[in-house]
Design a protein around this ligand. Structure first.
Ligand code: SAM
Length: 244
């Protein structure tokens, strides 16, 4: 079985590459996750992309299982991936496949995404193809019109959880934080740090704030809370640089 993991970009249908469009036209089954209350617009976006690409594949929606918060983090994620793989396997078994199975993966399938790890759990193991997508990193730096790195500089891409637990990564002059539900930048000494923050990057709802962390940090916290209340969900990413 061929399983195509197709990067769809960060919410702007125009992020979908020509390669992705062609792949969607050649697929025989497309699996679409439903992520629960308040996130219907994310499933709708996938349908919009399929229509825009003239995709004629059979489309099967599935409910994402819920993570068991009682388990330690690693076990919780592991079991969750197992459960998703079972759902995929059932949907694939019920389909009369005449070609590849496709999944539209948010951003790029290789960046902070578990789709490849879930694909590894399928038996027999599928032939996996990845179609690259625009990531939240690129959407952020493009929206602010800034370079990702300084000249000859290193960038550490990490999570809000790691920033809160381990602090500023040793040796980095630029860091990018993803998967942060709690504004982890508040745990840092803001002196000398500049932040470029973006939510709903690439989407019509996009919001940007940039400036010295000490001056704009509180505004980001308030904006994030207000936007999250307004839409029922939020995805945000930020880049922090020493020296601005
Ligand atoms: C599970 S990761 C998926 C990343 C994705 N594979 C990529 O390539 O960007 C989800 C995180 O990506 C970031 N993200 C994804 N889409 C975003 C968007 N449109 N605006 C801001 N951040 C986004 C957020 O940090 C979010 O918590």
């Amino acid at each position: 079985m061929d399983l195509w993991l197709i990067g769809m970009g960060t919410g702007n249908p125009e992020h979908v590459t020509l390669e992705a469009r062609r792949a969607l036209r050649e697929a025989s089954l497309v699996l679409i996750p439903r992520k629960g209350a308040g996130k219907d617009d994310l499933a709708d976006l996938r349908h919009t992309i399929l229509r825009a690409c003239d995709c004629t594949a059979r489309v099967v929606e599935f409910d994402m299982p819920v993570r068991d918060d009682a388990l330690p983090y690693a076990d919780r994620v592991d079991r969750w991936h197992d459960a998703i793989a079972v759902i995929w396997a059932d949907a694939i078994a019920q389909a009369q496949l005449t070609g590849p199975v496709a999944l539209l993966v948010w951003g790029d399938p290789g960046l902070y995404d578990s789709t490849l790890r879930i694909a590894d759990r399928l038996t027999p193991r599928p032939r996996v193809r990845v179609v690259a997508g625009i990531t939240a990193l690129q959407a952020l730096t493009a929206a602010h019109a800034i370079p990702f790195n300084t000249v000859n500089g290193a960038v550490t891409v990490t999570t809000g959880r790691r920033l809160r637990v381990h602090g500023w990564p040793v040796g980095a002059d630029t860091i990018v934080i993803m998967l942060d539900g709690d504004c982890g930048f508040r745990t840092l000494d803001p002196d000398g740090l500049h932040i470029w923050w973006g939510a709903y990057l690439g989407m019509a709802e996009q919001v940007l704030v940039a400036g010295p962390l000490g001056q704009v940090g509180d505004r980001i916290v308030a904006t994030r809370a207000a936007e999250r209340a307004r839409h029922g969900w939020i995805m945000d990413t930020y880049l922090l640089r020493r020296g601005g």
